[in-house]
Design a protein around this ligand. Structure first.
Ligand SMILES: N[C@@H](CCC(=O)N[C@@H](CS)C(=O)NCC(=O)O)C(=O)O
Length: 203
């Protein structure tokens, strides 16, 4: 298998952390340089018509796009350690927190970054007003999650899961890029510190 990745992008980093958690060794990684528009070449568009990273190419040539789809596929091939839940309630709870974190926290942070940061002007039709409003929404969400995560080591099920990868990698990348200081959020900082101390986060 071959993973198209990037050293400066959160989505492929989630897959790399997932792979490291599961100790999967048979995946070749090719890094694309988003700044140089490597992901917009006709060759890469044949693999990923939406010009997004990551993409996983299987040995038979089939392609899986989307971070979570790739991780779900790998979870089926390598069930241990389990990262998507083992019983109906765990599966539901991990999915619930993955979705809530994605929509309530990651999306406003992502729009806040993509629509206001000068580095993104080549990749996004920027709407500064929208971006600033999303940044405000993200700050509200950070305050809300600051209370949710208080006293908890993990976001779902009291165990490490894919929802923690989603939350930690997203916050690590996107908070700073919105010119927000995570140190203003003591509980979230502690949570990120604990999760990112895992060996898989050193990839
Ligand atoms: N929904 C996709 C999003 C993938 C995505 O947006 N990746 C970013 C890097 S984190 C990208 O390829 N950006 C290139 C661009 O915006 O042109 C997923 O979860 O994999």
């Amino acid at each position: 298998m071959k993973l198209y990745s990037s050293q400066v992008a959160p989505s492929p980093r989630k897959v790399l952390v997932f792979i490291a958690e599961k100790n999967i060794e048979n995946i070749e990684v090719e890094n694309l340089d988003i700044g140089k528009m490597d992901h917009k070449t006709p060759e890469y568009k044949k693999i990923a018509p939406n010009s997004r990273i990551p993409a996983l190419v299987l040995d038979d040539g089939q392609v899986i796009l989307e971070t979570t789809a790739i991780c779900r596929y790998l979870e089926c091939l390598y069930p241990e350690p389990n990262l998507f839940g083992k019983n109906p309630m765990e599966i539901a709870e991990i999915e619930m927190w993955y979705s809530r974190v994605s929509f309530e926290l990651m999306l406003p942070l992502m729009h806040g970054f993509r629509h206001t940061h000068p580095h993104m002007s080549a990749l996004e039709e920027q709407n500064n007003e929208f971006g600033l409003a999303q940044r405000e929404l993200a700050i509200k969400s950070l305050k809300y999650y600051e209370e949710i995560i208080k006293g908890n080591k993990f976001i779902a099920c009291d165990k490490f899961s894919y929802a923690d990868i989603q939350m930690t990698v997203s916050l690590q990348f996107l908070v700073r890029l919105n010119r927000i200081d995570i140190n203003d959020y003591a509980n979230l900082s502690k949570y990120i510190g604990n999760i990112s101390a895992r060996p898989s986060f050193s990839v």
